[in-house]
Design a protein around this ligand. Structure first.
Ligand code: AMP
Ligand code: MN
Ligand code: MN
Ligand code: MN
Length: 278
């Protein structure tokens, strides 16, 4: 069974529409697939229609930004009811913050000589939600930076011209939104936060204390050593293992949907209690 539980469409910062994405997943041999756009579930309806058409098991997901000790971490909700009022309200709050943040970022970029950044970024963002990825794409298109990586470094982080602190909900609140909507809360890409191992363990201890269900043991960019490491943390903190490519569809992205390495903790996975299992 090929499972991929972390993917983006153009409802957040992915390139493909939800139906193109689901079709691609099917073509790549995926049997279970989750759409997990940043702070929105708006792509799920279209994804579900396509999943029904092509015969693919779709898991309703969302990747929610969250605050932990002045840092931003990403918590993926899997198997959520997108009509749940608590989740909807929470995501609405994050969407509102994204609008305000985009205006602030544009003002900051204006100060650095990049004019009309807000209008320009709106042309890149297909469905109204603006992420930092859209700003990055715009700055590359404008010839301000040569690639996405250098944009984040020069413009979109910390005290740089387009850097704006993330006023996301606290991690415990985010976990509650997801679980109230019937979903499992999973820490996304644990090795991408530039934290020391000691700090990651502190993060995991706080998040497990708040009821976190799982952690992504296998991601699109995991090495064998990293998989072993995260799998040990999963055991240590009693977390279920998840797997997701974090596919966005960018032309230069190496990760592919469903092309993921083997999961070591096969008995303690986030999907072990899901009905479609056999
Ligand atoms: P946002 O949620 O709007 O703050 O945007 C975060 C998204 O930006 C992440 O999900 C990644 O897709 C992307 N991102 C963050 N850091 C980098 C980076 N250094 N290079 C390329 N993309 C990045
Ligand atoms: Mn993203
Ligand atoms: Mn993420
Ligand atoms: Mn993601």
């Amino acid at each position: 069974m090929k499972i991929d539980l972390h993917n983006h469409s153009y409802y957040s910062d992915g390139v493909l529409s939800p139906s193109e994405l689901v079709l691609l997943a099917k073509q790549q041999g995926c049997t279970v697939f989750a759409l997990t756009d940043h702070d929105t579930t708006d792509g799920l309806l279209e994804a579900q229609q396509q999943a029904d058409n092509v015969g693919l098991q779709l898991v309703h997901g969302v990747e929610v930004s969250a605050k932990w000790s002045n840092m931003t971490v990403h918590i993926v909700g899997l198997g959520v009811d997108m009509n749940n009022a608590v989740l909807k309200q929470g995501l609405k709050r994050h969407q509102a913050f994204r609008q305000i943040r985009a205006e602030k970022m544009a003002r900051g970029l204006g100060g650095a000589g990049v004019f009309n950044a807000l209008d320009k970024v709106k042309l890149v963002a297909k469905k109204g939600m603006i992420t930092r990825t859209h700003f990055a794409q715009m700055l590359v298109q404008e010839g301000v930076c040569k690639d996405m990586r250098s944009v984040f470094k020069r413009f979109l982080t910390g005290k740089k011209p387009g850097g704006v602190g993330g006023q996301w909900a606290q991690f415990d609140e985010v976990i509650k939104w997801i679980q109230t909507a019937g979903g499992k809360a999973v820490l996304a890409h644990p090795l991408r936060y530039r934290m020391t191992n000691t700090k990651i363990k502190r993060l995991l201890s706080h998040l497990s204390g708040a009821g976190l269900d799982g952690i992504e043991v296998v991601t699109g960019s995991s090495s064998a050593d990293e998989i072993t490491q995260v799998s040990q943390w999963a055991k240590e903190f009693g977390l279920l293992a998840s797997v997701g490519s974090d596919y966005h569809g960018w032309p230069n992205q190496r990760v592919r949907i469903g092309q993921l390495q083997q999961m070591p903790n096969v008995n303690e996975t986030v999907w072990k209690d899901w009905l479609w299992q056999d």
